[in-house]
Write a protein that binds this ligand. Sequence first.
Ligand code: ZN
Length: 348
Amino acid sequence: MPSTPDTASRILQTTIAGSLPKPSWLAPPSQLWAPWQLEGQRLVEGKHDAVRLALAEQRRAGIDIASDGEQTRRHFVTTFIEALEGVDFEHKRTVRIRQRYDADVPVVVGPVARTRPIFVEDARFLRSQTSRRVKFTLPGPMTMVDTLYDEHYKSREKLAMEFAAILNAEAREMDAAGIDVIQFDEPAFNVYMDEVRDWGIAALEKATAGLKCKTAVHICYGYGIKANTDWKKTLGSEWRQYESTFPLLAASKIDQVSLECANSKVPLELIGMLRGKDVLVGAIDVATSTVETPEDVAATIRAAMKYVEPAKLYPCTNCGMVPLSREVAAGKLKALGAGAALVRKELG
Ligand code: ZN
């Protein structure tokens, strides 16, 4: 393990939402669900090497709480669901995802069950490769429900609660493996605000029950892909989706909330509704290949500091960077670390 001292004591701890682009020898760049370029033992080794590179990149950039860059999975939701029983991936049905675009999706045909650990080995490997704090991401229950056609439970709430129990079993093993932050990705929270109130928070709390590590939820406006950027154009001049969910999250047991902020039409004062929580402020726009300057990042952090005290503010990316080129993602990582360092210096 590297002997560089941990950076836990400084303020404005930097972290990333989750994913990073994969090396081209592991999976073709700039696409979601990109197929693996390796097989068998070579794939296992290739994934490990890619995680090592992702960690090295984050270390060089000064990222305090590192992720594995999601180098070991093809997709942040699908790869998890593929490992479960009760879901048929062969006979797909068409549904509308997050009310945005039609997709052929797998079908829930019977009780969903986790018959073996899914990412726990990956979490152990990540833990073994760095002395820094590490974060592991999992899909959130509502977002999982929203990628499937349900023929069995015929209730989004029931299916979400089943997924929450499965996620909790997985998360408890990751917690025991020494992961410092477990984050649940819930982009669906920005679409189904009524469901968040009715059962979304309860499902999240069920997924995090009994965890000793920090728990986080990531809520965003999606990757920088066309379906999402088109949808954003319909949301008007102010994006107020967070307004109805943040008070619920502030009252919840979740420790951290990761949100979109850079180049976004989210009114910043909404962040103030998360009082008491750690706030992971998106200071890197993932919907553009333009690399931010450290000063751009610093400006976003300074603006967010009007609503969040520095000890609770974690400069982060708006969302995953998997659709970007490696070069752009590396530049953005560097800007994130450098921007946080600038503001730290100002604060003395
Ligand atoms: Zn996201």
